[in-house]
Design a protein around this ligand. Sequence first.
Ligand code: HMG
Length: 385
Amino acid sequence: MNRSIGIHDIEIGTTHHVVDLADLAVARGVDPDKFRIGLGQDQMSFPAPDEDIVTMGAAAARALLARTGADGVRTLLFATESGIDQSKSAAVFAHGLLGLGADVRAVELKQACYAGTAALQMALGIVARNPAEHVLIIAADVARYALDSAGEPTQGAASVAMLVSADPALLEIDPVSGVFTADVDDFWRPNDSSTALVDGKLSMSAYIDALLGAWDDLQARGGVTAADIAAFAYHQPFTKMAAKAQRRLAAHLGAELADDDLVAMSTYNRRLGNSYTASLYVALAALIDARADLDGRRVGLFSYGSGSVGELLTARVLPQGGREDRSARVSRMLDARAPLPIAEYERLHALSYPSGTDTETPRTTTGPFRFAGIRGGARQYEHIG
Ligand code: HMG
């Protein structure tokens, strides 16, 4: 008999700081409504000097494992676009901080924002082969564009930790998905650049092409039809993109798709900004946290990573408790961020820690782990609580 496999639990993390996009609009001489309404964004999380994808990702994973325990976890997959080393994976740093056993394998995955979904597919395969195993996925990113560029208000930072298992409590993933891959230069980040290069308009059309292509592939492979999907969650580089996507998908299907899921799914992303690999799963958490009526029903999940790969998964939301707890936790975490004045944000945006110089970072984060600096060319991390 086929066991049900999917996401057993999910947790969100973010940074110490937040930038208010109304302040950024004033500093850039732009109408604040362009960011608030035109892009659908209110704020963007921004890392302190002693935070990065590892500290954010490990913090979310620690909170998740405090509920689930680590028994059965044999694999840690770390998905990110903003990797901190060309060779050693962020997964191995997180493995150390989390105190996982030497018998837990650890690896990093990359394909822009899509890598979180690649990790999920890999996890589903591992659990299908041995249903006694659990897979811990961390998806974490700091989205960074040049100051005063069109992409600047679509920066952000967040992490998601997910436990994938047989007989999950949260979400049962359907076996058939739709995939669309195309070689496009819409967004990329060269090895010598800390900010992404992007052709904004091309990226939006490449996203839509991938959505419709993945949908057609899902149908061609006998996947779930539109009539069976109660709501969608999308990768959200900015939340207005999801509204555009839903409109284009509805036109493609020749069907009405209700807009109430768009508001629900955007609540966390509006305040975090783009979190690349984590973005879709932040949207998924927001959707199921807000909509108890989805229990027992199917959702569609669209993952997009520039370059480009898109995938449309479908999943059944399992009747669950605890949604109010997560929603309250996320609200508290977002409210607790320290506001960054624009001049200080610009100073931190320019900050870098080259590997050739030993440095210590200033103590700022209030999270459980910190990036302490560089010693002998290697990144150093610490537990602080
Ligand atoms: P822009 O130059 O700000 O675009 O760049 P715009 O001038 O077209 O304005 C944006 C919207 O604001 C428009 O709405 C305007 O009408 C509206 P639309 O016509 O699109 O519905 N607007 C206003 N609304 C209310 N009041 C006003 C006002 N003024 C204007 N006063 C762009 C926008 C998204 C291109 C830019 O921010 C960018 O380059 N962002 C980065 C790239 C990106 O996010 N691409 C999305 C798809 S690719 C993707 O999702 C992958 C990614 O996450 C990376 C990965 O895979 O790792 C990025």
